[in-house]
Write a protein that binds this ligand. Structure first.
Ligand code: 1GP
Length: 249
């Protein structure tokens, strides 16, 4: 069964998902073994692999380790077309719809289309919205595009609706890795209320309470990277929080 259909199934049954983000620049084999072990024990739903700036060539090996030692699905979260590994299960085909940088809306996609198509990966078109996280993050610098203002819920709603109507299968709202301020629950609630595709939320989530509140507000998938790099025990705590959100009937 495909990753996208499992995401939709989970959304439709009100189940929330937790994805641990791995930045291949910040891990080695030893760290990966530890994260895979914790991920399995905590029952995480996905590993996301990638980042706005990946300089190492550790992606293939890192995904290979996950595949060898677990059955946790791996979704690529590529900052650029060279971060594609055939070893993953699926790829977030990101278009930066919050920005006005044509290269990240469509230019990079045109250049990488043949390689992506040949990869055999499950491609999930994703409307990627960078929300102002209170401090310059790597994504806001590298994308050379203004983030969406954190208090402009109506712009976020219109952007997400446009993304869905353009055919995007997922919406990912991201305050950027290590953001000072995570996305507000009010923005999550309003955006989730006006789209029907799964909503991924990440950036600056550092504790289980925030993850829980984000899910209650309407997030379908919670992504955490930075906080886990600092304290890997959070994998267990955040996973329990996300999976304890009551299923709406
Ligand atoms: C960043 O959404 C992800 O693109 C995760 O952010 O590293 O702050 O958890 P953090």
């Amino acid at each position: 069964k495909g990753i996208y259909s499992s995401l939709c199934e989970r959304k439709n049954s009100g189940k929330k998902s937790f994805a641990v983000l791995i930045d291949p620049d910040k891990v080695d084999n030893e760290k990966m073994h530890q994260l895979i072990g914790l991920g399995k024990a905590a029952g995480i739903d996905y590993f996301l692999v990638g980042g706005s700036l990946v300089v190492s060539n550790y992606i293939d090996e890192c995904i290979g380790l996950i595949k060898q030692h677990s059955s946790i699905p791996v979704i690529l979260f590529p900052g650029s077309p060279n971060q594609v590994s055939k070893k993953a299960d699926a790829l977030l085909y990101l278009s930066l719809i919050s920005g006005r940088n044509a290269d990240l809306l469509i230019g990079q996609h045109v250049i990488s289309a043949p390689v992506i198509k040949q990869s055999g990966l499950e491609i999930m078109s994703t409307g990627y919205m960078v929300i102002d996280g209170g401090a310059p993050t790597t994504v806001s610098y590298i994308s050379n595009a203004s983030p969406l203002p954190a208090d402009k819920n109506e712009i976020a709603m219109c952007t997400a609706m446009a993304g869905e109507m353009l055919g995007m299968k997922l919406i990912y709202m991201d305050a950027g890795s290590g953001a000072k301020r995570a996305i507000t629950e009010s923005m999550i609630e309003q955006v989730s209320g006006c789209i029907s595709v799964p909503l991924i939320i990440g950036g600056g989530i550092t504790d289980p309470e925030k993850a829980y509140l984000n899910c209650k507000a309407g997030a379908d998938v919670i992504v955490v990277g930075n906080a886990i790099e600092k304290d890997e025990n959070l994998i267990m705590e955040i996973s329990s929080a996300v999976h304890s959100v009551p299923v709406k009937v």
